[in-house]
Design a protein around this ligand. Structure first.
Ligand code: FAD
Length: 409
């Protein structure tokens, strides 16, 4: 055995796992946090942290923030740049290698036992829901098991088939300062391109010493993303022309929860990407990674205190908190696929839409508020709107792929 029996064994020390461990250790539980890699390690990510996320996190993130973005420059099909600004920051930036290490250390300082370089290979649960985790270094037992092992979660596979999630993909590159046209970089300004690609977008997030450039979109057009990100690097003018060829974009998949997703069974539950908590419209996964960690920890503390199972409590709370928000984000994604220039036009010409967008990023409004305002008295028809929007989205996407718009990239 790797150690004593624990109240909770958490697989994966990304933000979702470390923060679950942090909350549980703070509540006085015996927690083991297993991580396959040695930290600091890199992680495919833009490193954009919504302002609303920073406000919610119970630990001081200031030492680890690399930048604060107040301005957004948006292009439509890599042309017609338009910039808007906000008085307070909209998005902060982090380097995931530093950020994840910082959170893991916070969990350790709170009292969690962190085991790095230990990959979970298999699981067993007994009738009482207690889990045994098998690794190359031995086995480990816990009263409950938390899957925080990311988009390719092995714990999630115990509960879900692949089509229980809606899948997208994204590629990124952290471009170091020596490859940048420093005079062109607005260090408080993110660049976004919409409309070039059927759904999804390209981004450039500046952070001290680096600019993170990437692109994301539906899984069926994933193979075009590297090309798109490279073209966007040239179009936004932030990277020296001679360096663009040498940029290495690496990618990963992003799962979003659907009505089929199972986020818990018995005393096993999923947090972060393992539960599909990626916003399908913005690609933001950190916000709900933190939120799910908080909800999971409170359900575990409550259930272990009562000696009962955590399943229903967690599912209900998570769905109440996250599912409707993700549903609305999914509607926006459908809308932007059907009308590729819509987001750009709203951003450029509609002050109210811009103000609302800022408030969503800053946490004083949400996609759910937006949807109920748009639907007004037709709120009861929300399910029908979801159905129609997704059907149109699929057709729009099919048409664009068939028209070979992508080959032109
Ligand atoms: C290209 C790209 C750009 C993105 N940009 C943003 C962005 O700008 N902002 C944002 O909010 N979100 C972004 N996301 C999403 C974000 O990266 C994820 O939502 C977030 O990392 C989820 O955190 P997590 O803790 O659930 O999983 P992860 O961060 O993936 O952590 C999982 C951990 O589990 C470990 N692990 C995996 N399997 C095992 C195992 N068997 N045993 C032990 N350990 C294991 C891994 O090594 C890893 O450390 C982006 C994603 C991609 C792919």
């Amino acid at each position: 055995m790797l150690g004593n029996h624990h109240d909770a064994v958490i697989i994966g020390a990304g933000p979702a796992g470390s923060m679950t461990a942090y909350h549980l250790a703070k509540a006085g539980l015996r927690v083991a946090l297993l991580e396959a890699k040695q930290f600091p390690r890199d992680k495919a990510c833009g490193g954009g942290l919504l302002a609303r996320t920073v406000q919610r996190v119970p630990i001081d993130l200031r030492p680890i923030l690399r930048g604060a973005m107040h301005r957004v420059s948006v292009t439509l099909e890599m042309r017609d740049v338009h910039t808007r600004s906000s008085q307070s920051p909209l998005v902060y930036t982090v380097l995931r290698s530093e950020f994840d290490h910082y959170l893991m250390r916070a969990a350790e300082e709170a009292g969690a036992t962190v085991l790095q370089g230990v990959r979970a290979r298999g699981f067993e649960t007994d009738d009482a829901g207690r889990a045994t985790v098998f690794t190359d270094n031995g086995a480990l037992g816990g009263d409950c098991l938390v899957g925080a092992d990311g988009a390719n979660s092995v714990v999630s596979r115990l509960l879900n088939a692949r089509d229980n999630f809606y899948w997208q993909a994204a590629v990124y590159c952290e471009v170091p300062a020596d490859l940048l046209n420093s005079s062109a970089v607005g260090w408080d300004c993110m660049n976004i391109d919409w409309g070039t690609f059927p759904s999804g977008y390209a981004w450039a997030f500046p952070k001290r010493d680096y600019v993170n450039i990437g692109a994301g979109g539906p899984i069926r057009i994933a193979r075009h993303l590297r090309n798109y990100a490279a073209k966007f690097s040239r179009a936004c003018g932030l990277v020296k022309s001679a360096s663009i060829e040498g940029l290495h974009f690496t990618g990963h998949q992003l799962p979003s929860l659907t009505e089929r997703t199972r986020v818990a069974a018995g005393n096993t539950l999923l947090v972060g990407d393992a539960a599909g908590l990626v916003d399908p419209f913005t690609g933001d996964g950190l916000c709900l990674a933190f939120r799910s960690a908080e909800i999971a920890a409170s359900c575990i503390v409550e259930a272990l205190g009562r000696g009962s199972r955590i399943l229903d409590n967690y599912r209900q709370k998570l769905m109440a908190d996250a599912a409707s928000e993700l549903r609305c984000a999914r509607n926006l994604l459908s809308l932007s696929t059907i009308f590729p220039s819509l987001m750009y036009r709203l951003f450029r010409y509609n002050d109210r839409a811009w103000a609302r967008f800022c408030r969503i990023l800053q946490g004083t409004s949400s996609f759910v508020d937006l949807k109920s305002e748009i639907l007004g008295p037709l709120r009861f028809a929300s399910g029908l709107v979801d159905f129609v929007a997704e059907r149109w989205e699929r057709q729009a996407l099919k048409r664009m792929v068939a028209d070979d718009i992508l080959r032109a990239l």
